[in-house]
Design a protein. Structure first.
Length: 220
């Protein structure tokens, strides 16, 4: 093998060396695509929102963390306003991407977590601690503004994951919805009784009818 290499003309050896060098470089540092550029733009636009910022080498948690906690504790339009605005901005910024790049942007860990958690929390807040009565009560305290944000998140989710992905998310979330209110007890020694899930007391179609998933987004 060594004799063969030594027998090759030096210009050809130099050319082969350059080709090998380019190949190794592309493996180690693959060229940026259009989607990589759009992902970098999204990361910059979402800095401080879902990505932490750094001030004098100190990392500051993103707004999402505090806003989500406030929403969970307050469980009202006022306490959830900031959190829902964060989610809307994430969805809007992902929505600016070209169609072929939506999935890549959605699958950025922070983006995926924000939208998955946001959709689930909105459904759970609308559902409440027990199955809502049929009709408008399935939206809980949510009004048109909040429902429009849910629909915006839904559209981005489907754009990135398809209808099958949306169906899978819906099934995962509805499996967690309570089918009855948790019993209250003042006895600390009494074992906590886990309330039944909605899937064990209601048929799937009824759960869908009473949940935020059934909203007709074309009207929002």
């Amino acid at each position: 093998m060594e004799n063969f290499i030594n027998s090759l003309p030096k210009p050809l050896l130099a050319f082969l060396a350059i080709l090998i060098g380019i190949g190794v470089f592309m493996l180690v540092s693959p060229p940026h695509t259009v989607c990589d550029t759009q992902e970098a733009t999204l990361r910059e636009m979402q800095k401080g929102n879902i990505f932490p910022t750094e001030v004098k080498k100190n990392k500051i948690p993103p707004t999402l963390v505090r806003a989500k906690e406030a929403c969970q504790l307050g469980n009202s339009a006022g306490s959830c306003y900031e959190y829902f605005m964060v989610l809307k901005k994430v969805a809007d910024d992902v929505g600016k991407a070209s169609g072929e790049c939506t999935a890549q942007l959605f699958n950025v860990n922070e983006v995926k977590s924000a939208l998955n958690d946001g959709l689930e929390l909105m459904v759970r807040l609308a559902w409440g601690t027990k199955p809502p009565e049929p009709g408008l009560e399935r939206f809980g305290w949510m009004q048109d503004a909040e429902i429009a944000i849910f629909c915006r998140l839904k559209s981005i989710y489907i754009r990135a994951n398809g209808e099958e992905g949306w169906t899978a998310l819906r099934q995962r979330v509805t499996a967690k919805l309570p089918g009855e209110e948790a019993p209250f007890s003042t006895d600390p020694t009494r074992a906590t009784v886990e309330p039944k899930k909605a899937t064990s007391v209601l048929p799937e179609r009824e759960i869908w009818n009473r949940s935020l998933f059934s909203v007709r987004c074309e009207t929002y």
